[in-house]
Design a protein around this ligand. Structure first.
Ligand SMILES: Cc1ncc(COP(=O)(O)O)c(C=O)c1O
Length: 367
């Protein structure tokens, strides 16, 4: 068969005591993964040129395991203020209880991160573009400073995927993805991965991953492998559609700014052009001051856009987000609203018509 199948199983059998004692890792017991899991881990590590990778049951578990393996009590970490909110939640609960302190930095700080480094700073956590507000970070500049101080750099690379940005080639030590989004691509499984640049970092994180009993179903690994087959084609379509819709949205009177780094003239576009080789279909829209009721009137009546807390699948989504609720610094001015839009694989003309009708409802509600 052209595809590796989902190898289901917990138990492996050995012919001799000697071979039983020799066995280790995924050649010993199902919890360490199956040939299906290994095929996906190898493919993902190869895509970014990493030493190796490990699957996790979700993107968030990839983030938390990579962070936990990078710290010890008494350490300090720097985390971008534009981070995925549950990552912040982990730092404020679990890491705090373990005696690890976190400082949130301006995502646009670049080499200025040097001023925030403390003698006990062991890791700098990045996410580019950032969640909700899509700031593009100067990853090479941050890596240069962090490495000069002996700190590790981790990056959530879910937005661009390995095809749109290569963290390891830009200096990052640990690249993290929610595969739930574009790699699985069909909104039918949760999955994550941690890709390590070198073997020592891989072994250290994998040690914690194994000790905690983290394991992934071969069926989900299979869906990840299947998604990889069409990732480039789907991403091209997501990006093309998103560019068309974002350019249209920018011209609408209700819109103050479109936060889509791939769009010429949008915030972060120059850095995106310098470092990225592609974009995905997720972006933000800042609306001029508007009531919550008017935003609800727009979103409640959409035909093609669904409302849901994910993205990266075949389907278009639109939800209100409010970075001011959890950020230290938010790009929103008083009274403004922000939408997070995911452009799926539907025809952009249908999506624009849907948004146009939505903005009319918003306008009518405004009076
Ligand atoms: C940027 C980013 N990273 C990580 C995650 C977490 O992924 P998962 O839902 O697979 O745990 C998400 C989910 O929305 C996300 O948006």
């Amino acid at each position: 068969m052209v595809n590796i199948p989902p190898y289901r199983g917990s138990t492996m059998l050995f012919d001799t005591v000697a071979s039983l004692k020799d066995a280790s890792g995924h050649r010993a017991y199902g919890r360490w993964g199956t040939p299906t899991n290994r095929a996906l881990e190898r493919a993902l590590a190869e895509l970014e040129g990493g030493a190796n990778s490990m699957l996790t049951p979700s993107g968030l578990s990839a983030i938390t395991i990579a962070l936990l393996a990078s710290v010890k009590p008494g350490d300090h970490i720097l985390v971008t203020d534009s981070v995925y909110p549950p990552t912040r939640g982990f730092c404020e609960t679990v890491l705090k209880q373990l005696g690890v302190t976190t400082t949130y930095y301006d995502p646009l700080v670049g080499a200025g991160i040097a001023e925030l480094m403390q003698p006990n700073t062991v890791a700098v956590y990045t996410e580019s573009p950032g969640s909700g507000t899509f700031e593009v970070q100067d990853i090479p500049a941050i890596c240069e400073v962090a490495h000069g101080r002996g700190a590790r750099v981790l990056m959530d690379n879910t937005w661009a995927t390995s095809l749109g940005f290569n963290p390891l080639k830009h200096g990052v030590d640990v690249s993290i993805h929610s595969l739930t989004k574009y790699v699985v691509g069909h909104s039918d499984a949760l999955l994550g991965v941690i890709i390590a640049r070198d073997r020592d970092v891989y072994r250290q994180i994998r040690g914690l991953h194994g000790a905690m009993g983290i394991t992934v179903s071969p069926d989900d690994a299979y869906l990840g492998l299947r998604g990889l087959r069409t990732l480039a084609t789907r991403l091209r379509q997501h990006q093309e559609g998103a560019l068309e819709v974002a350019a249209w949205l920018r011209e609408q009177p209700q819109v103050r700014e479109v936060l889509y780094p791939a769009l010429p003239g949008a915030p972060g576009h120059e850095l995106w052009k310098r470092d990225f080789t592609g974009a995905s279909g997720l972006f933000g829209v800042i609306l001029h001051p508007v009531s919550e009721g008017a935003v609800a009137a727009m979103l409640d009546g959409m035909r093609w856009f669904g409302m849901g807390y994910s993205w990266g699948g075949f389907e278009s989504l639109a939800i209100p987000v409010n970075p001011a609720d959890y950020r230290l610094g938010s790009p929103l001015k008083k009274g403004e609203a922000c939408l997070r839009i995911h452009i799926g694989l539907e025809h952009p003309k249908d999506l624009i018509a849907d948004l146009q009708a939505g903005l009319q409802r918003l306008q009518a509600h405004r009076g």
